[in-house]
Write a protein of this length. Sequence first.
Length: 582
Amino acid sequence: MGCTQISNAKNVDNSNSYRPPEIALKTAVTPTNSSEPLTIQWSSENPDEKYYYYAHFAEIEDLQANETREFNVTWNGIQYYGPLVPRRQIINTISSSSPRTCDGGKCRFQLIRTDKSTRPPLLNAFEVYTVIQFPQSETDESDVGAIVRIAETYALSRINWQGDPCVPQQFRNLSSSGLAGTIAAAVQNLTQLETLDLSNNNLTGGVPDFLGNMKALLVINLSRNNLTGSIPQALQREGLKLLVEGNPRLCFSDSCKKPHKKKIIVPIVASVASAAIVIAVLVLLLVLKKGKPAILQGLHLLPRTSSMNATFAEKNSRRFTYSEVDLLLRVHHTNLVSLVGYCYEGDQLALVYEFLPNGDLKQHLSGKGGRSIINWSTRLQIALEAASGLEYLHIGCTPPMVHRDVKTANILLDADLKAKLADFGLSRSFQGGVESHDTAVAGTLGYLDPEYHSSGRLGEKSDVYSFGIVLLEMITNHPVINQTSESSHITQWVGFKLNRGDIVEIMDPNLHKDYDFNSAWRALELAMLCANPSSSKRPSMSQVIHEIKECLACAKSVIGKNLELEPQEIMSSDTSMVPMAR
């Protein structure tokens, strides 16, 4: 590539997330032949090599009133961003939010001037990072969540994790750490743990049954604590070394354990559960003072009567088991529909949850029912809130939960358009947070994880896939399944459009191009990453949240600058997904 270097003595504002050296931004290169693209290319011996790149732009030449510098950014011939107009003495940064591969090991980054540009493209600084494949397997996300919760439970401030929180030697041995209270339930999520040393602490309560279900455990040291009761039979197995000396009120038989109240309660619970057979989704109409009606969304538990069963069968009402209702009692998060209370009269039980007056997200995307068409920033905010609700289910619940039916119709909006996930009728719990096998695959066509559908293996990444489809639907307002098109599924349709490199054709036309292109590109890449057919390549919901926050910051920065149409910088994303520029 022939190029010409230009420079300017004036300082360039480099105050963005990357802060490249000011001295580098004072210089730039342009193609020697002004009509040709500015090309950077290299070769790799490994055709599967993956790269992250960061390109920094700032206009350092004094352009005349009739001069324009505008160009598109391409990677291996596919347009990634543009058109871009560098800002005068202010940095713009374009980065890849996901790793890029090269065609046959040949990489080509190009800046191509547009037809209306009178000046050639310009580049101030360019950084490329190679993705390093570590030989060891990745840390399981449920392990990370479990360790974080254990540290919070016992206020383990002495542990300073840098990088992988499962590696530090000081966490492998929690002996003599001043731990107080009961043994944290989050321990059961460390399914591959082989040695658990909790000796010489102030732990109280009983030895939990879940330790017996942790089949990988070889050594458990609970010596010199204040534990009480009997040791679970499951812990008295061959091959497990159990150390419990120094707990005077702990024994190996039930003789030292007081009668458990649950033995009295079980028949009562059983009788209530047997009376509550049919659970249907209803809208409860409650009459307030002065006869004014109020609508509350809720789950209604009815006694077994043939007339009622027939009535709800005619209305195609969904039937729930008692344990699905029980899930609602265990989830408490600002972005999940919450229980308001219950009504228990005679043999009738009703669960009532909050009413959200703005309906569901699907209505607002289509404008049906007189609903407003929400703008780009609001869509990103709703996506962020829905993702936060899912993250809570995945790592905030014990045991973790998978929603299994994430879709735009199940994202409800309150009076302020705050998003809340609803409809937990298909949700499933995970004992120990590990992937389970589900013979009865459930979900909504189009949103259903294809890997889960084919194998029956259910995990948190199944929700991530469904969320990716939701995000694509929010970006494009395109049908998730379109039987009239060759590219019937939304991922196929978006993939076809992406190859043409024009994001305008992908974005919802109802937005009337009123969005930041940087933010839109980044959100689109995130959605396609979530909807990857392989679950191992999908991000976690925590990573998704970080990325959406970056998209939202980009979008809001444009609004804060009087809706400038100039592209804004792409901020750094979660370091677990992309490297920081240096």
